[in-house]
Every structure is written in structure tokens, then in C-alpha cells.
Design a binder for this molecule. Structure first.
Ligand code: C2E
Ligand code: MG
Ligand code: MG
Ligand code: MG
Length: 275
């Protein structure tokens, strides 16, 4: 009996691996056609100054809707990175976000847009020129564009510093994303000049359950303040979290304010909130 059971387990295990591999192959094959099939779009999530209640910017987030159903960025971005397709897709994201920013401005809403950039993209030859071109072609002011990079992509400090400095000299702003969860958070703030510090949502998530999490979160916010870098706290979902952040003078981003939205809804949101 035991032997039989073991055998079944083994088959079950194999089946599970098979399913995962099939899904990954389906995603990978789908991604190869996604750009030509126009299956990508961007949604935008407002960042809200908690003190004034005003939207201070939006973050562009990539969505992919293949014919076989929707796949989350957490699932498809790593595949884009592995295959190198992130370079082409990332270029599209950058250009699209700048054009959208310009469209909003033409309609009377001046708001900055943040774009996530993968490590592979950042160090790709010609990235700075690409950013410059996207700014020129859309005609937006450089300060309306913010590039979000995560500390985990900083493998080579010298090279990254060089690129970050070049981007900054274009007038573009730089944010450090998912701050606090990497291996070298404090080194990163020591070595780079960022315009925004985005604290990873895991810190706020734990605040209501865990005293230490609250101490760590307020300390991270304090680091930002002492460095003179504006702080964004990610993942504000509840009233309780909002109340916790209220006295801390930060910018919040999360479902409590708004889920990521198609561009026309951002106009409405901003009309309500008054950007
Ligand atoms: P991120 O840059 O840290 O983006 C924030 C993520 O948190 C987004 O997930 C957003 O939808 C989600 N989020 C916002 N508010 C809340 C909240 O209140 N609660 C919870 N639980 N989640 C919230 P999304 O859109 O699934 O993107 C996941 C990650 O994929 C992003 O994390 C970013 O690292 C990456 N990503 C998304 N778009 C792009 C892109 O165009 N290029 C690159 N390279 N990466 C991207
Ligand atoms: Mg981000
Ligand atoms: Mg983040
Ligand atoms: Mg993240």
C-alpha cells in the first residue's frame, strides 16, 4: 500500500511540475507575440499626499491580456526579463507613459508619471538616449517623468551611479522602489541621490499586527526625511493604515485611494481629488 501511495504521490508531483512548465511555455510563447498583437496596455495608480489629499503623481503599471486569460506582472515580467524581451517592452512602456502624460497635460491635467525600469533595461546600451528621445517625442518636461528602480537591480554600483547621474542631468527624477526588502537598502540610500523613496508594502502590511514593523516603518520614513527625500508608502489598503500614516507627512499609494486605473479614470480621480 505504502509503495502504491508513494507511486501516486510521485505521479501527482510530476503532474504539478508538468502543469507549471506548460503554463510557463504558454506564457513565454504568448509573450513573443504580445507586442505585435497589441496585447499590452498601461494602467495608472495615483500617489496621494496624505496631508493634503491631493494626487501628486501616478505610477504606470504594465498589463498583459493574452487570449488565454490574464497574467499578472509578477508572473510575466520575470519571463520578459529572462528572455530579454523586457528591453523592447520597456521601451514601449516608457514611450507610452510619456505620451499619456502629454495627453493629460493637453487636457489640462499636469501630473508626473513614474515608470518601472528593470535592471536589464537600465544598463542596456543607449537607455539614456532612449529616455531623452521619449521626452522629446512626447514634448513633456523632464521633471514630469520619474524612473523607478529597485535596489535589487543594482549589481554594479559604479555603472548604476553613472547611468542614474546621466538620467538626472536630463532632468528626470529617480525613485528607489520596494525600499527596505533588498539586501543593501542602507547602502543604497548612502550611495545614491534619489528623489523619492518608495517603502515596500510589506512594512505597512505588518504594522497593525506587529509592534516592530511599526518601529521599522517609522524609522524608514525618518531616514527619508532626514535625507530630505520625499517618502512614498506603498500598499495603503485600509482606513486604519491611512490613519497610522496621517501624522507622518508621507505620500501614500494603494487600493485605499485607488486601484490602478485606465488613463481616462485618472482624469476623473484627479478632478475629485484636485491635483
Ligand atoms: P511595484 O513597482 O512595486 O508596483 C506596485 C504594485 O503594488 C503593483 O502591482 C500594484 O498594483 C500593487 N498595489 C498597489 N496598491 C496596492 C495595495 O493597496 N495592496 C496591494 N496588495 N497591492 C497594491 P502590479 O501592477 O501587479 O505590479 C507588480 C510589479 O511588477 C511592480 O511592483 C513592478 O515591480 C513590476 N512592473 C509592473 N509594471 C512594470 C513595467 O512596466 N516594467 C517593469 N520593469 N516592471 C513592472
Ligand atoms: Mg514601482
Ligand atoms: Mg514597489
Ligand atoms: Mg513591487
Amino acid at each position: 500500500l505504502a509503495k502504491e501511495k508513494g507511486k501516486n504521490n510521485f505521479q501527482f508531483y510530476n503532474e504539478e511540475i508538468n502543469q507549471k512548465m506548460l503554463r510557463k511555455t504558454q506564457i513565454r510563447n504568448g509573450l513573443f507575440k504580445a507586442m505585435n498583437n497589441h496585447e499590452y496596455r498601461l494602467v495608472y495608480q495615483p500617489k496621494v499626499d496624505i496631508t493634503s489629499g491631493k494626487a501628486v503623481g501616478v505610477e504606470a503599471l504594465l498589463r498583459w491580456n493574452p487570449s488565454f486569460g490574464s497574467v499578472s506582472p509578477g508572473e510575466f515580467i520575470p519571463v520578459l526579463e529572462e528572455t530579454g524581451m523586457i528591453v523592447e517592452v520597456g521601451e514601449w512602456v516608457l514611450r507610452e507613459a510619456c505620451i499619456q502624460c502629454r495627453n493629460w497635460e493637453d487636457k489640462g491635467m499636469r501630473i508626473s508619471v513614474a515608470v518601472n525600469v528593470s535592471g536589464r533595461q537600465l544598463v542596456e546600451e543607449g537607455f539614456v538616449e532612449l529616455v531623452q528621445k521619449a521626452l522629446e517625442d512626447s514634448g513633456i518636461e523632464p521633471e514630469l517623468l520619474e524612473i523607478e528602480i529597485t535596489e535589487s537591480i543594482i549589481f554594479d554600483v559604479t555603472e548604476t551611479t553613472e547611468i542614474v547621474n546621466q538620467l538626472k542631468s536630463l532632468g528626470v527624477r529617480i525613485a528607489i522602489d520596494d525600499f527596505g526588502v533588498g539586501f543593501s537598502s542602507l547602502n543604497v540610500v548612502k550611495n545614491f541621490n534619489f528623489d523619492n523613496l518608495k517603502i515596500d508594502q510589506s512594512f505597512l502590511n505588518d504594522v497593525m499586527k506587529n509592534d516592530k514593523a511599526a518601529i521599522i516603518l517609522t524609522s524608514l520614513i525618518d531616514i527619508g526625511k532626514k535625507l530630505g527625500t520625499p517618502v512614498v508608502v506603498e500598499g495603503v489598503e485600509t482606513e486604519e493604515q491611512y490613519e497610522f500614516l496621517k501624522p507622518l507627512g508621507v505620500v501614500g499609494q494603494g487600493y485605499y485611494f485607488s486601484k490602478p486605473q485606465p488613463p481616462e479614470r485618472i482624469m476623473e480621480f484627479s478632478a475629485v481629488r484636485g491635483s
